[in-house]
Design a protein around this ligand. Sequence first.
Ligand SMILES: Nc1ncnc2c1ncn2[C@@H]1O[C@H](COP(=O)(O)OP(=O)(O)OP(=O)(O)O)[C@@H](O)[C@H]1O
Ligand SMILES: Nc1ccn([C@H]2C[C@H](O)[C@@H](COP(=O)(O)O)O2)c(=O)n1
Length: 225
Amino acid sequence: MSAPSVIPVIAIDGPSASGKGTVAQRVAHVLGYHYLDSGAIYRIAALAALQRGINWQDETALVHMVHDLDIRFSQGEIYLNGAIITEAIRTEEISRGASEVAVHPALRRALLSLQQGFRQLPGLVADGRDMATVVFPDAQTKIFLTASAEIRAERRYKQLMEKGIHANLAEILQDLQARDARDSQRSAAPLLQSANARLLETSQLSIDQAVQAILEYSRSDNQFL
Ligand SMILES: Nc1ncnc2c1ncn2[C@@H]1O[C@H](COP(=O)(O)OP(=O)(O)OP(=O)(O)O)[C@@H](O)[C@H]1O
Ligand SMILES: Nc1ccn([C@H]2C[C@H](O)[C@@H](COP(=O)(O)O)O2)c(=O)n1
């Protein structure tokens, strides 16, 4: 069999707290691939805007701003203009802000090449909302990872409690549903299952089972390269 002519990508899209990040990082680790957390990039844009007093609705100012940002991912930390912001982008305020700035088409275009730059040998696992539809439409393996809103809210609740962060399950569910609606209903690159993506419903699956399913899909897709 001849070597693949393009750098392989496994694109994993899905709603908030569906487990994309956890599962994508494990798949990347097993395969020795690079990993792109595209949501972190929208979170950084929201945080940078907040720090500079730029309104999340101001598309022109946001686009201007992102051209001046130095974003780096290194050894598990995320840097913005040299400062570690790994935890600062995980607050509920920034989660909402990321979903709000992400509605702007010009901002999404401005962040496209940064994301595509992660496609490097030997391969990439990328997670987000539009990995399979817009950023890597030629990805070899496309997964739409989801779980019921109630299960996702419980997982997020448990995740926050484990970090010692006080949380309210009903509020988390409400917030997830609001973010799902904004991410799915926007006109620019909405969250949707790409026509050729496999649906992976993990409400009844463990993390390991989800990882194994994706590795299996990837193996099977690679047979046809
Ligand atoms: N199949 C699963 N079974 C049980 N828990 C899971 C499963 N998948 C993920 N989790 C847990 O759910 C929580 C949320 O997962 P994760 O942060 O990876 O979601 P996400 O989709 O990347 O979220 P976001 O889009 O908000 O960044 C984590 O604590 C993770 O360990
Ligand atoms: N490819 C992407 C990734 C993320 N977003 C937006 C929508 C999300 O609500 C927000 C935060 O993402 P998360 O860290 O929860 O994955 O960023 C997007 O529009 N496109």
